[in-house]
Design a protein. Structure first.
Length: 334
């Protein structure tokens, strides 16, 4: 999917964008667009490290939600379908550790769970780990390349597309996971409503997303590493709770998310902020440095939130098999 004309790089004076969470029209631009061209699939790469680059961002004066604007909001699905991120496979081992940890949290809350749906499944790591744990696991992913990688690397079959999906019509799941996905979609409340339709009375939804109200985010401002072109919605616990309530869900648990990284990966990313590239190059030339850089460590920067949700009311969204509106990307990627 391509643009007939490049999207505007600035907000038109006098226009009003409605908040995606509370529907308020009291929104204003707080950060201008970082690029003067249309989005490309490479801009949405999971391994992209151009921190601080974003689309035009607006802030809602009523609820505080921060969200993107631009012509490509209506075309995100097409861009994600064409996404190919070869570097993603190089981090499979550490990402697998995070999926194991997240699955452990979900199963601790719902030990009797038998089925799992992972939305925005990437290369299928959560699905693979859930299957290893004895669950009947299903994943859905818009990127054709990542669906192929899931088959090739992790030996799992994913549904290619967005959520809701016709192949899921009438199905409910004990656990639904939405890991680093909700910040990629332009109708988060609609996505949560649709997920509610795939949940039963004892089902659990696990959501992980960056927390823009965290101390790290507030200290770094727009240099924070979660300000990226791929992220179009920026939550904090309050806006996430408000979105959940509008979707008929309630939060039953909340904690900070944990990550796992190789030391070398962290050093490479730290070089985006600090003058240490010379040190990284030196470390990679000596055996001890390579050994240290190959080590894997757990990391909790207290700037991502993990929330667990369950149904609060009878779901009012679409059937999980209904086709979404083309302007609403449901089920981004990580």
């Amino acid at each position: 999917m391509t643009h007939a004309t490049p999207p505007s790089t600035d907000s038109t004076p006098g226009t009003t964008e409605v908040c995606w969470i509370c529907q308020s029209r009291a929104t204003k631009v707080v950060k201008p667009r970082s690029i003067d061209r249309a989005l490309t699939p490479s801009d949405l790469a999971i391994t992209d490290h151009r921190y601080g680059q974003t689309l035009t961002l607006r802030r809602c004066a009523d609820c505080g939600f921060l969200f993107a604007e631009g012509a490509e909001m209506a075309e995100l699905i097409g861009v994600y379908e064409r996404l190919d991120d070869p570097g993603y496979e190089e981090t499979q081992d550490t990402r697998a550790l995070q999926m194991e940890w997240l699955l452990k949290q979900a199963l601790a809350a719902r030990p009797a769970a038998r089925t799992l749906l992972d939305i925005g499944a990437g290369a299928g790591l959560m699905v693979a780990k859930a299957k290893d744990a004895g669950l009947e696991a299903t994943g859905i992913e818009p990127s054709r390349a990542l669906v192929a990688a899931a088959r090739r690397v992790n030996r799992v079959e994913l549904l290619q597309g967005t959520f809701p999906h016709p192949d899921l019509a009438g199905r409910t799941f004990d656990i639904v996971t939405l890991v680093d996905v909700i910040e990629h979609v332009n109708d988060p409340v609609g996505l949560l409503r649709d997920i509610a339709c795939s949940m039963g009375e004892r089902s659990l939804l696990l959501v992980v997303t960056p927390d823009r109200a965290s101390l790290t985010a507030r200290m770094m401002g727009f240099r924070w590493w979660h300000y990226r072109l791929a992220h179009v919605g920026y939550f904090d616990p309050a806006t996430l709770r408000r979105a959940a309530e509008r979707a008929g869900l309630r939060i039953i648990g909340q904690r900070r998310a944990k990550w796992f990284f190789r030391v070398g990966y962290l050093a490479e990313r730290a070089a985006e902020y600090l003058p240490i590239r010379w040190f990284n190059r030196l470390a990679e030339r000596v055996r001890l440095g390579r050994w240290i850089f190959s080590g894997v460590i757990p990391v909790n920067l207290h700037d991502s939130v993990l929330v667990m949700l369950e149904l609060a009311t009878e779901p009012t969204g679409r059937d999980p098999g209904a086709r979404p509106d083309a302007s609403e990307p449901k089920g981004g990627t990580r």
